[in-house]
Design a protein around this ligand. Structure first.
Ligand code: PSU
Ligand code: MN
Length: 316
């Protein structure tokens, strides 16, 4: 419930949405807010790396002058904005659900924690009135997805929910070329942040050209406003390369991912378990270097998202 009594037009919060007072106050005052997701905490990284990722992302948002709003579900509510002790609790949760649009309502009927994917976090951000959201990498078409039809709900959400998503590209464990095809089909702008090339998630580069680029938060904010002005319902994907010093050489990442994917297929892992399983296996195969890269890119994306939220709040 909204208790701030602020002046926002969309003041009536749905009963399942609980916005933290600090976030509510910032939104009411038109100050920059950045939403952060939580499936990377509950499923994408192991303890304590997951907590570190969550804290570094929040700290980066604050350092950039915005208020962080990590989204997760507990006690029958979508929580937008968590206290530090809650982040710690979430990071230790053993039986957390991984929530998309599909099981969002069902997750409100459980007591324990659920992590929100890009899909569910976009919905929460939209409900709360938050325009900018940072994650690590989005989900997309899995390798072999043209037959299995394992395509992340993230893509469908990006097509229908107008929130700006800052990422380091689609996760490189995916079929990135087919993911780009679906992004085009579904009308989702894919914009390079200071680059003409799609970032490679763990690596700086992917080898895939982009046709849209911005070179500042100001330009990004202007693009977002133009997209809105046309009444287009899709989100926008801003793709930020991982800082070079934190990146994994492309060949190292490729080799580890290929082996992990083969092992996943042999072990019969598919569906929602697939992404967490492969990320964990890649972490082992690279002796933790993929985890260091993942933390670096998440933090960097949070920093960039704060810049964008600031530019939007500042107005044209
Ligand atoms: N980014 C990361 N690690 C993750 C994810 C993103 O660096 O674990 C999560 C996001 O929550 C994303 C989800 O929505 O993985 C995609 O899962 P799937 O491929 O099952 O749709
Ligand atoms: Mn899937």
């Amino acid at each position: 419930m909204n208790t701030a009594g602020g002046a926002r037009a969309d003041d009536a919060r749905p009963p399942g949405l609980q916005v933290a007072p600090e976030v509510e106050a910032a939104l009411a005052a038109g100050q920059p807010v950045v939403a952060l997701e939580s499936t990377l905490i509950t499923h994408g990284l192991r303890h304590p790396d997951n907590l570190l990722a969550a804290e570094r992302a929040e700290d980066a948002v604050r350092a950039g002058g915005a208020v962080p709003a990590t989204v997760a579900i507990v006690g029958g509510a979508i929580r937008v904005g968590l206290a530090r002790v809650e982040l710690e609790d979430l990071a230790r949760a053993e039986d957390a659900w991984k929530v998309t649009r599909q099981n969002l309502a069902a997750a409100l009927d459980r007591d324990g924690w659920s992590g929100t994917t890009v899909s569910a976090t976009m919905i929460a951000a939209q409900l709360a009135g938050i325009e900018v959201f940072a994650t690590g990498g989005i989900g997309g078409v899995h390798r072999g997805g043209e037959r299995s039809m394992d395509v992340s709900a993230d893509l469908e959400e990006l097509a229908r929910t107008p929130v700006a998503v800052i990422c380091a590209g689609p996760k490189s464990i995916l079929d990135v070329a087919r993911t780009m095809e679906v992004l085009e089909t579904r009308g989702i702008p894919v914009v390079g942040w200071g680059t003409d090339e799609l970032p490679g998630f763990f690596s700086v580069r992917s080898g895939i050209r982009l046709t849209q680029r911005v070179d500042s938060a100001h330009e990004a904010a202007a693009l977002l406003r133009r997209q809105r002005g046309l009444g287009l319902s899709a989100g926008i994907l801003f793709c930020v390369p991982i800082p070079a010093h934190g990146a994994l050489p492309r060949e190292d990442a490729r080799a580890a991912i290929e082996q992990a994917e083969q092992e996943a297929a042999a072990a019969g892992v598919h569906g929602p378990r697939s992404t967490p399983w492969v990320l964990a296996r890649v972490a082992d195969l690279t002796e933790g270097r993929s985890v260091a890269a993942n933390l670096a890119l998440i933090e960097n994306n949070a920093r960039v998202a704060a810049e964008l939220a600031g530019a939007l709040a500042a107005g044209p």
